[in-house]
Design a protein around this ligand. Structure first.
Ligand code: IMP
Length: 198
């Protein structure tokens, strides 16, 4: 469910237009709900809960989500680059930053910014790695889901918003490293080319 709410022209680079899809208020409300659900779901778990944010896109989401979870919690980050073309379902990944915390015996919740085609190797790599390191359980929490783009059947255990097939930036997500700092999420269009996907 998305709607055009307002334009945010002052944050845009020359030649770009930002159309706000999710306001700061909407995001914070939903993150609070996700945090409450996660708190409830792990209420009876005796083992530690470790949130693993996938850099860089999930950094802001993880920071807010963690503060909405009321139970003992550990935080860690990974950065993973995938090789090969986007349509590949298997291949190599390069770990730019590995987990620092041991995961054995812990409940792990992977925190991602956006689930798009589902083809990135990051999910399968992380799942395999975490299981091989004897995590007690592994679940996935994504802020945004673009089901229209899905090409392989990946589902997230927790999902913030379902959005239409548009290229979005803000709240951690970037276009060429720009716009990550925005408090809202916007669809990016380029005025010159008139393209939705950049
Ligand atoms: P996929 O699900 O394998 O297609 O890849 C998802 C990843 O692609 C996300 O974690 C983002 O890093 C990136 N991505 C996909 N769509 C967008 C977008 O609209 N804006 C910014 N990054 C995106």
């Amino acid at each position: 469910m998305t709607q055009m709410l307002t334009l945010a022209p002052t944050d845009a680079l020359p030649g770009h237009a930002l159309e706000v899809l999710l306001t700061e208020e909407q995001i914070q409300k939903r993150v609070g709900e996700l945090g409450a659900r996660i708190t409830q779901d792990y209420a009876n778990a005796r083992e530690p809960l470790l949130l693993v944010g996938v850099l860089k896109g999930a950094a802001l989401f993880l920071a807010d989500l963690a503060r909405c979870i009321s139970r003992p919690l550990e935080l860690d980050f990974v950065a993973i680059a995938s090789y090969g073309v986007a349509t590949q379902t298997s291949g190599e990944v390069r770990v730019l930053k590995d987990l620092e915390a041991p995961v054995a015996g812990k409940h792990v919740l992977i925190v991602e910014d956006i689930l798009d085609t589902g083809l990135t190797l990051r999910f399968s790599y992380l799942m395999e790695t975490l299981r091989a390191r004897h995590a007690r359980s592994v679940k996935v929490c994504v802020l945004l889901d673009k089901p229209a783009r899905r090409r392989v059947p990946v589902t997230a255990d927790y999902r913030g918003f379902e959005i239409e097939d548009r290229f979005v930036v803000g709240y951690g997500m970037d276009y060429a490293e720009h716009y990550r700092h925005l408090r809202y999420i916007a669809a990016l269009t380029r005025n010159d080319a008139g393209l939705e996907r950049v």
